[in-house]
Ligand binder design. Structure first.
Ligand code: DOR
Ligand code: ZN
Length: 446
C-alpha cells in the first residue's frame, strides 16, 4: 500500500518562499515538520530548514495534503434547473479541503464531443476555486480519440441515472473498454446492471429503492469489469457492498466508496433526500463496507457530489431525482471519525488524498518534494455539528444534518491561502488539469 504523508525525496528546484510549520503524519504518527514551499507553489523540502524565509507556525494543528475528489457533478452546463455551478461547487470543495475535483460528464448537454468539452473547459477559466479534471462521456458512438486529446478521463455509465438514458449492452462494454485502453486515460465506471433491477417495484422510500436497484445489480456489472484490457486504467465508482470490495480487490481494479454509502443506510431517512444511485444499503451491509474502509481495503474515497435542489428532493419519492451533495462534507465527516478514533488518519489520507491523486496522474496528495503545496490545516479540537445553513454548496441541504464534522481551518492551493479560519478567501485561480505522468501502479493503486 503506498504510504500517505511524507516521503524522503530530493529537494525540488526553486527558491524557498515561505515555510509552513506544524505537525504532519509521518511514519505512521504525527510529528513536528517544517515544509519549505518554493516560489512556484511546490514543496521544496520537508524537515528543518535554515533560511530567513517567513515561517507560518500552526502550533498543535495538523498539516495534511489536501484531498482529491474523483467524483463530483458541478452541473455546468446544467440548464435552468441546475442547483450548483463551477463557481459555487468549487468554493464548497475548497472549504471542504478538496483541492482537485473530477467533474462528471452527465451535463446538459452531455460532454460527448470535443466542442462540449472545450466549452466546459472555457467555463472553468477564472471561475474555479480549485482545479478540475473533466471527464468525457465514453460510448462507442462518441468520437473517443478526439475526446481523448482534451479530456482528463472517461466515464462509462452501465445503467441509466441522472442525465443518462442509453447504456451499452454486454458486448458493447467489452469493445468500449478495448478501445479506451489505447487512449491511456483514467476510465471510471458507474457499475449497475439494469437487467437485475426490479423495474416493476413501486419505490416509496430508500429501502424500496435498495430493492429496486439491489446489490446483485452492482455485482453483475462489476463481474464484467474484473478482467480489463491490461493497459486500461480502470476504476469503479461508488461501490456499496463488501462483496464488491472483495472482488475488485482480488482483481486489482481501482475503486471508490462514498461517505453516504459508508455512513448512511436505507433507514437513515424516509424521503427522497436519501435517494441515490446506487442506493443506500441495509445497515448490516453498510457496517461491513465501513469495516472494509477502516481496514484500508477500499483504495479511494469520493463524494459523488450530486447537488439536486431541495425542491426537487422534496418531490414524492418516485418522482424525485437521485443523488446527494457531498464535496464540502466528505473530508470533514471522515476527519470527525478519525477524531472519534474509529478510523486511522493514515488510512483516511491514503484514500482521500494520495491514491486518488495518483490515479489521476497528479503531483498532489503527499507532503513531499516534487508535489504541489496544496495543503490543509486541521485543528481537531475544532469540531461542530453540520448544518445546511453554514454550508456553501448552492443546493442548500445535506443528508448529514447534525453529524459531527471537523472542517479545515486553512487550505493552500499552490502555496497560496484560499481558506482562512474556515472562510473562503481565495481567488478563482483553479484550472483544468489532465493526467501528467503515469502513476507508479498503473492498474491498482492498492
Ligand atoms: O444518484 C446519483 N446521482 N447517481 C448518479 O450516478 C448520478 C448522480 C447525479 O448526477 O445526480
Ligand atoms: Zn456520480
Amino acid at each position: 500500500m503506498p504510504r500517505a504523508g511524507v516521503e524522503g525525496e530530493q529537494p525540488a528546484d526553486g527558491d524557498i518562499a515561505w515555510i509552513l510549520a506544524g505537525r504532519a503524519w509521518i511514519r505512521d504518527r504525527l510529528e513536528p515538520v517544517e515544509i519549505a514551499i518554493d516560489n512556484r507553489g511546490w514543496i521544496h523540502s520537508v524537515g528543518k530548514v535554515r533560511t530567513g524565509a517567513p515561517h507560518h507556525d500552526v502550533g498543535d494543528a495538523v498539516i495534511l495534503p489536501a484531498a482529491t475528489d474523483l467524483h463530483v457533478h458541478f452541473r455546468e452546463p446544467g440548464g435552468l434547473d441546475a442547483a450548483e455551478n463551477i463557481a459555487t461547487g468549487s468554493v464548497a470543495a475548497a472549504l471542504g479541503g478538496v483541492t482537485l475535483a473530477g467533474d462528471m460528464p452527465n451535463n446538459l448537454p452531455p460532454i460527448a464531443d470535443p466542442e462540449a468539452l472545450a466549452d466546459k473547459a472555457r467555463r472553468v477559466g477564472g471561475r474555479s476555486a480549485v482545479d478540475l479534471l473533466l471527464y468525457a462521456s465514453a460510448s462507442l458512438d462518441h468520437p473517443l480519440e478526439r475526446l481523448a486529446s482534451r479530456a482528463g478521463g472517461f466515464k462509462i455509465y452501465l445503467s441509466p441515472t441522472t442525465g443518462i438514458d442509453a447504456v451499452p449492452n454486454v458486448a458493447g462494454t467489452a469493445e468500449l473498454l478495448q478501445r479506451l485502453s489505447d487512449l491511456d486515460l483514467p476510465v471510471s465506471v458507474h457499475a449497475e446492471d439494469p437487467a437485475a433491477f426490479a423495474h416493476g417495484l413501486d419505490a416509496q422510500n430508500p429501502a424500496d429503492w435498495n430493492r429496486r436497484r439491489p446489490p446483485e445489480a452492482e455485482l453483475r456489472a462489476i463481474d464484467r469489469l474484473l478482467s480489463p484490457p491490461p493497459r486500461l486504467r480502470l476504476h469503479v465508482a461508488h461501490v456499496t457492498t463488501q462483496e464488491s470490495v472483495r472482488r475488485l480487490h482480488l482483481a486489482g481494479v481501482s475503486f471508490e466508496a462514498t461517505p453516504h454509502h459508508l455512513l448512511l443506510s436505507d433507514r437513515s431517512g424516509p424521503d427522497a433526500r436519501f435517494k441515490v444511485n446506487p442506493p443506500l444499503r441495509p445497515e448490516e451491509e453498510r457496517r461491513e463496507l465501513w469495516a472494509a474502509f477502516v481496514r484500508g481495503e477500499i483504495p479511494c474515497l469520493a463524494s459523488d457530489h450530486a447537488p439536486h435542489s431541495a425542491d426537487a428532493k422534496g418531490l414524492p419519492f418516485d418522482r424525485a431525482p437521485s443523488g446527494v451533495p457531498g464535496v464540502e462534507t466528505m473530508l470533514p465527516l471522515l476527519l470527525a471519525r478519525v477524531r472519534a478514533r474509529e478510523l486511522g488518519l493514515g488510512t483516511l489520507l491514503a484514500a482521500a488524498c494520495d491514491r486518488p491523486a495518483r490515479w489521476l496522474g497528479q503531483p498532489l496528495g503527499r507532503i513531499a518534494p516534487g508535489h504541489r503545496a496544496n495543503l490543509v490545516v486541521v485543528d481537531f479540537r475544532n469540531h461542530r455539528p453540520l448544518s445546511s445553513r453554514t454550508l456553501r454548496t448552492a443546493c442548500g441541504w445535506t443528508p448529514f444534518e447534525g453529524w459531527e464534522a471537523v472542517f479545515p481551518r486553512e487550505h493552500y492551493r499552490d502555496g497560496r491561502r484560499i481558506v482562512e479560519d474556515g472562510e473562503y478567501v481565495g481567488t478563482p485561480g483553479g484550472g483544468v488539469v489532465r493526467p501528467e505522468y503515469v502513476p507508479v501502479a498503473k492498474r491498482s493503486p492498492r
